[in-house]
Write a protein that binds this ligand. Sequence first.
Ligand code: BDR
Ligand code: CA
Length: 306
Amino acid sequence: MTHKILIDTDPGIDDAMAIFYAALHPEIEIVGMTSVFGNVTTEIAARNAIVLAERAGQEIPVAKGAGKPLVQTPNPVSDYVHGAEGFGDMPAQDTTARPVDEPAHEFICRLINENPSEITLCPIGPLTNIALALRHDPTIAEKVKSVVIMGGGLERGNVSAYAEANIWNDPHAADEVFSAHWPLTMVGLDVTTQVVCDKPDFAAIAKASPKLGGFLNEAVQYYVNFYETHHGISGSQMHDPTAVIAITDPQYFTIENHALEVIVDGDRIGQTIRSTDPSRPKHKVPMGVDIDGVKRRFLTMFETGS
Ligand code: BDR
Ligand code: CA
């Protein structure tokens, strides 16, 4: 089965892992990408998405998306996690290609309308474009195949004790997305923090796949240093690629079903919680993961790569 996926992204080191994994996967077709602020500005995110597609040898249209959250004052970009240009210490990546001439939320709606029941929307950044798309055309909720998000977490946060970065960067947008009646899976920190690849893992994919694995190995050094310094972890938590792997390999996850909402102010801003509001739909929330299965899936994909 081919999965047609549309990736909304803020590349970003683990975004690059997710995009290369998807590009290499024989059963995934990346039909488009949209940029959002978060790890970097939306301009840099769009350029980086184009650069990653070019490096993977794929022609993927990229639409530029939101540069700021719906309501709140923007948080600073996460350059201390992903580097000034998004890929650790690597300098700005050059390309002459430009984003398509269509705003991200309209691009998302058009692709879903043109491919009813076929598109899996995979947001791996703040959910601003997704909320704007739902506002622009609420009927996409019935036409999308599924929505698989990297974000949130019921048991833990990363930017605070409560909040995960993608949700924290636009909690109002996330709350709109979780209140929509559509088939959504929230792949959050409950599982993504458990999947860790270390420096030898990345050295191995660099050897097997110099072009894509080599790029990740170079970019990830900065990310691993961040995890060592701030979290005492020897390696990289595999947030965004774990969300893509949940699309193709749901058997690696133990799923619970919960109505969700987001705290949009106060000390717990950005926290995703179980909702008791009966009007909210239940969404799938992976709470357990076969760590070795997901890691192996990711790492072996690069054995076939260039
Ligand atoms: C998420 O935040 C970003 O820094 C990563 O790219 C990932 O999407 C993890 O909390
Ligand atoms: Ca991301």
